[in-house]
Ligand binder design. Sequence first.
Ligand code: SF4
Length: 256
Amino acid sequence: MVNCMDKGKKRLFILLGMVSLLVYGAVFGTIWFVMTTASPAVRHIAVTALVAVFVMLILAMTIGLACLVLGLMFGSGAPWMQKTGRGIIELFYPMVLQVGRFFGISKEEIEDSYIKINNQMTVAAGNKFRPEEVLVLAPHCLQNTTCPYKITIDVHNCHRCGRCSIDGLLTIAEDTGVNFVVASGGTFARKFAKEYHPKAIVAIACERDLTSGIKDMNVQHIPVVGVLNERPNGPCHNTSVQLCKVRQAIAYFTEA
Ligand code: SF4
């Protein structure tokens, strides 16, 4: 059954699609009109303006990309460089995916690279927080599938038997004083992020979930260090995480 909200959302998307189409149509219509009806002098001005816009776009993208590369090479945490670098990553990301697909590079490899760039930029920014301002967000697939305890409701329901990484993560949370939650999906991860109001997040997940989580938090200006989970039993099933990496990620945010 389709509810009213679904209908509203579909309408919004279609409406925005139609507006986009109108904008594209108006731009191309104007160019076509000028090119076919205007005098040579006006055509010359129009072509010059188009070339100027195109050159400015290319120039802006080149400067942005240079900021990103230099920032990564020299570990610069300058806010303007971070902002420009992150902006250019978001701008290029869909294009990078397409180019990667063309060259047979998997989406997972590109996401892995994205996470590493994000981590390096976050660490370079050097922002420090109190432990209680840091949230460690872990996926439910870390929990042993035979475990009966509801750790997504409260992670302290874990009986610390040591059969999965949750035990070790609880020890780390106790040692460092950071908040620690286990989310059963992206929606719950966002819910926890709202509930705890963290100033920084250490997120544990697979490439896909980390990428979308980092993008989400970027919009809210919450720095994230992503730690990939390990999947010896396949995706989403009895996964694990290297605890030393989680400790290190927390230290980036909390230790001077
Ligand atoms: S460590 Fe905790 S969550 Fe993991 S299996 Fe044992 S009781 Fe369950």
